[in-house]
Design a protein. Structure first.
Ligand SMILES: Nc1nc2c(c(=O)[nH]1)N[C@H]1C(S)=C(S)[C@@H](COP(=O)(O)O)O[C@H]1N2
Ligand SMILES: [Mo]
Length: 320
């Protein structure tokens, strides 16, 4: 039987990793006496990557439970291998391909209605932010859900750091553009780059969070490394990954999914079991790893913290 064994340098471009990663991986493979290619050992590649992460010493961060402890935490393996990340493909199993993304150096551009536009490196930003861990529910509009421990900082701390002017009403965030690695971006049917936004009062609500870690470690590339939004009272698509741009504006942005299909996805996207998606019910959800569906809660269970944001917005489509 003849089996073609790919060497590291024969890997297709989209599976390629940094040289040091490859060398580490090769050393491990040799040490273990396994005659198989690195591509077959994604678990090892992930472990290597974390060891090499210069922010690893920040984790685990101290847990803050002022928003409650929402229930049984989803298995790490599920939350890190079942993902939505259209830049890497439209199915759920993008985690391996996402490892090709280079996340250092990483620069975040702050622009628009701010005292002074600036750029900052991710590690410099991280060193200035108050890190903590929060266990949040996550509810995808497709009706799967999870409960995971994010590490990172309050979105409010980021907003304050950016010094928006009094006229700014929205904050808009964008994912990196890199079609050579994020090959989904070559599909011109989608309005790349992925863009999402919050109203300023939402962004400065205590619940809004920027995740830089997950399960007490730097966040994995498939989950949005090096930083992604977490707005747990909203449908998961609001939680833009791999952020490179933070812009303040007085105009409500039309974001990725709304541009694609405005009859199904809007700006506010707050979770509400009583407002069905045009093509399916939102009444229940399936936690990852569970056989049973459970009832979905209004604002995904965070109403006591965020319902007040919407009392003067009742005329808007708040739940799509
Ligand atoms: N850039 C980008 N961000 C994204 C998405 C995406 O396709 N691209 N998918 C969103 C959707 S629909 C969900 S449910 C969450 C999934 O996050 P997870 O993979 O960490 O569970 O990411 C959101 N952020
Ligand atoms: Mo989603």
């Amino acid at each position: 039987m003849l089996i073609k064994r790919l060497r590291g340098w024969e890997l297709p471009e989209r599976r390629a990793t940094s040289e040091s990663l490859y060398l580490n991986r090769r050393a491990l493979v040799q040490a273990m006496g396994l005659g198989i290619a690195g591509a077959a050992l994604p678990g090892l590649a992930l472990a290597d990557d974390k060891a090499a992460d210069p922010s690893a010493h920040f984790y685990p961060a101290k847990r803050d439970d002022k928003f409650g402890t929402p229930g049984p935490i989803t298995a790490e393996r599920l939350a890190t291998t079942y993902n939505n990340y259209y830049e890497f493909g439209t199915d759920k199993s993008i985690w391996r391909d996402a490892q090709a993304l280079q996340i250092r150096p990483w620069t975040i551009k702050v622009s628009g209605m701010v005292e002074k536009p600036f750029e900052i490196g991710f590690d410099d930003l991280l060193a200035k932010m108050p890190l903590e861990e929060r266990v949040y529910r996550h509810r995808c509009v497709e009706t799967w859900s999870m409960i995971v421990p994010w590490s990172g900082f309050a979105m409010k701390a980021l907003v304050e750091f950016c010094k928006p002017t009094g006229s700014a009403k929205y904050v808009v965030m964008q994912t990196l553009s890199k079609p050579s690695v994020m090959f989904g971006q070559k599909d011109f049917l989608y309005p790349w780059p992925y863009t999402e936004g919050l109203a300023i009062d939402e962004a400065t609500n205590d619940l809004a969070f920027i995740a830089t870690g997950l399960y007490g470690k730097p966040i994995g590339k498939q989950n949005g490394a090096p930083l992604r939004l977490v707005a747990p009272w909203k449908y998961g698509f609001k939680n833009v990954k791999a952020i490179v741009s933070v812009e303040f504006t007085d105009k409500r942005p039309v974001c990725f999914w709304e541009k694609l299909q405005s009859s199904e996805y809007g700006f506010w996207a707050n979770v509400n079991p009583q407002v069905p998606h045009p093509r399916w019910s939102q009444a229940t959800e399936k936690p990852l790893g569970s056989a049973e569906r459970i009832p979905t809660q209004i604002y995904n269970g965070y109403g006591e913290f965020v319902a007040g944001l919407y009392t003067n917005r009742k005329s808007e489509k708040l739940f799509m």
